[in-house]
Design a binder for this molecule. Structure first.
Ligand code: BES
Ligand code: MN
Ligand code: ZN
Length: 509
């Protein structure tokens, strides 16, 4: 998709489809003044043209509501699409909803256009409508449109390429042009990096083996100028990654340990951010095999690793002034005569011993060694992402991912980043009492902690390997795959966490 930011009057710009966002400022069902609803004060004729629709009550500007106007009066565009962004937070204020609503509305516009074969999108940057700077709004629109452009039907032989050919964002000439352009370009990079992760997650397990994931990671790193090494069994043995190796044993597919480094030109501190991802390319559960029903979805058990690859791709292009390294642990979890078994005791790279209770709790095993290795490579702060537990979905449903943090300052930076990414992560506790549940009689730890607080005991397990290094753990099992399409995004891989991780990294730059 070609992307461009122009500073020009929306009404005077020729376009196949011009998108205008409108906000519902009606109080007690009475529509507000047209200027308040549509403050893109270009000319009276524009107001007259759209005003009638807005005052008619037929189009109420509720969130993601759409209305298409052909050959609109006083516009150079062939079509105008009105997209509601919902109610202003406070009816008395002139500001409207925030970046989350705007991202969805932008995505709604893009998917509306795509589904009708309209592939060139022109969008008017809303001004006083949203609680965001022009730069944030520009960034958000780019993110929303690019995420909406993704479709998961890659293997359908009747697939029609409906992807957008261009996105043109129109800003008023009066606004901060360099700032808005920087925001827009950032949004493009973030949207494309999120889609990079989604394309990986979407791949079936027979196509995307750990080896292939390593190749794709390497190709991406070469493209954006990151150094990248991909290791396999021999290196895991050399590093004594006994936990990771245990998981790999059952599969004929060799594992991949992917290590990427981002080195800024002028690092401003000694901070090294370590990004660690779980990338199980298919999780059968191993000897503790999963039920057949729904097992096909376990191809997305590499979504944490994909998120880290998407994040470091964006970082390479955005060039923040902070060192970043990524460690992605990829394997296939299979049952076989060589597979690890319940009761086995594994010795992790850190020297800690682990009694395997359930071979389906494999993610924490590969991450145990990944976290330790990231520290050894010099990480001063750690963040991991993983589709780690079904329990996190039981606890939080599909509207919040789980987050854990061992350090308040590190968490505060992550939380600040969420304001921009708009993603929802809910912090869960790490009190020491939970540690009791993963005590083993034969080894230092067990790899499961029973039915209660399953997401927490999994996090407590990881904490043993993060040690004293400030650390954040993201359990994205409930959000990494969307079972239903929404108006603004397809079903399938969501790419959750990519943008929040980048936003966290940017806090250190
Ligand atoms: N990959 C799964 C977690 C998962 C579940 C991801 C549902 C996405 C959707 C993980 O490896 C797993 O199997 N966890 C077990 C842990 C249990 C054995 C302690 C689980 O959640 O059941
Ligand atoms: Mn599992
Ligand atoms: Zn898993």
């Amino acid at each position: 998709m070609k992307t461009e930011l122009k500073f020009a009057l929306a009404s005077a710009t020729a376009a196949e489809l011009l998108v205008i966002f409108t906000v519902d400022q009606s109080v007690d069902g009475t529509p507000a003044d047209i200027p308040a609803v549509f403050p893109l004060t270009e000319s009276q004729t524009v107001h007259d043209s759209i005003g009638e629709i807005l005052t008619s009550g037929e189009f109420r500007s509720t969130a993601n509501e759409t209305l298409l106007i052909h050959q609109p009066k006083s516009f150079a565009a062939k079509r105008v699409l009105l997209v509601g962004i919902g109610k202003a937070a406070d009816p008395a204020s002139t500001t409207g909803p925030g970046v989350v609503a705007l991202r969805k509305a932008a995505g709604t516009a893009a998917r509306y256009a795509k589904s009708r074969g309209l592939r060139a999108l022109t969008i008017a940057l809303p001004q006083t409508l949203v609680e965001a700077t022009d730069a944030e709004a520009a960034r958000t629109i780019a993110e929303g449109v690019i995420a909406a452009d993704f479709d998961p039907d890659t293997y359908r032989s009747d697939r029609k390429d409906q992807s957008l050919t261009s996105l043109t964002l129109l800003g008023s000439e009066r606004i901060d042009q360099p700032g808005t352009l920087a925001g827009f370009e950032e949004g493009v990079i973030l949207g494309e990096s999120q889609n990079f992760a989604r394309a990986l997650i979407n791949e079936p397990g027979n196509v995307l083996t750990p080896t292939v994931l390593g190749e794709r990671a390497k190709a991406m790193c070469d493209e954006v100028g990151l150094t990248c090494e991909v290791y396999s069994t021999a290196k895991l043995e050399e590093l004594k990654m006994g936990a990771f190796l245990g998981v790999t044993r059952g599969s004929a597919e060799p594992p991949a340990l992917i290590v990427a480094h981002y080195e800024p030109a002028n690092p401003t501190s000694e901070v090294v951010l370590g990004l660690v991802g779980k990338a199980i390319t298919f999780d059968t559960g191993g000897i503790s095999i999963k039920p057949a029903d729904g097992m096909e979805k376990m191809k997305y058990d590499m979504a944490g690793g994909a998120a880290m690859l998407g994040a470091i791709r964006a970082i390479a292009l955005l060039k923040p002034n902070v060192r970043v390294l990524a460690v992605i642990c990829s394997a296939e979890n299979m049952p076989s005569s060589r597979a690890y078994k319940p009761g086995d005791v594994l010795t992790a790279m850190s020297g800690k011993t682990i009694e395997v209770i359930n071979t389906d709790a494999e993610g924490r095993l590969v991450l145990a060694d990944g976290l330790h290795y990231a520290k050894q490579l010099g990480a001063t702060h750690l963040i991991d992402a993983a589709t780690l537990t079904g329990a996190v979905g039981v606890a939080l449903g599909v509207h919040n991912a789980g987050a854990f943090a061992s350090d308040e300052a590190t968490w505060a930076k992550f939380e600040d980043g969420l304001k921009l990414s708009g993603e929802r992560f809910w912090r869960l506790p790490l009190h020491s009492e939970y540690r009791e549940q993963i005590k083993s009689h034969i080894a230092d730890l067990m790899n499961t902690g029973g039915r209660y607080g399953g997401a927490i005991t999994a996090a407590m397990f990881l904490k043993e390997f993060a040690g004293d290094t400030p650390w954040i753990h993201l359990d994205i099992a409930g959000l990494a795959w969307l079972d239903d399409a929404k108006g603004w995004i397809s079903k399938g891989p969501s790419g959750v966490a990519v943008r929040s991780i980048v936003a966290w990294v940017q806090q250190y730059a």
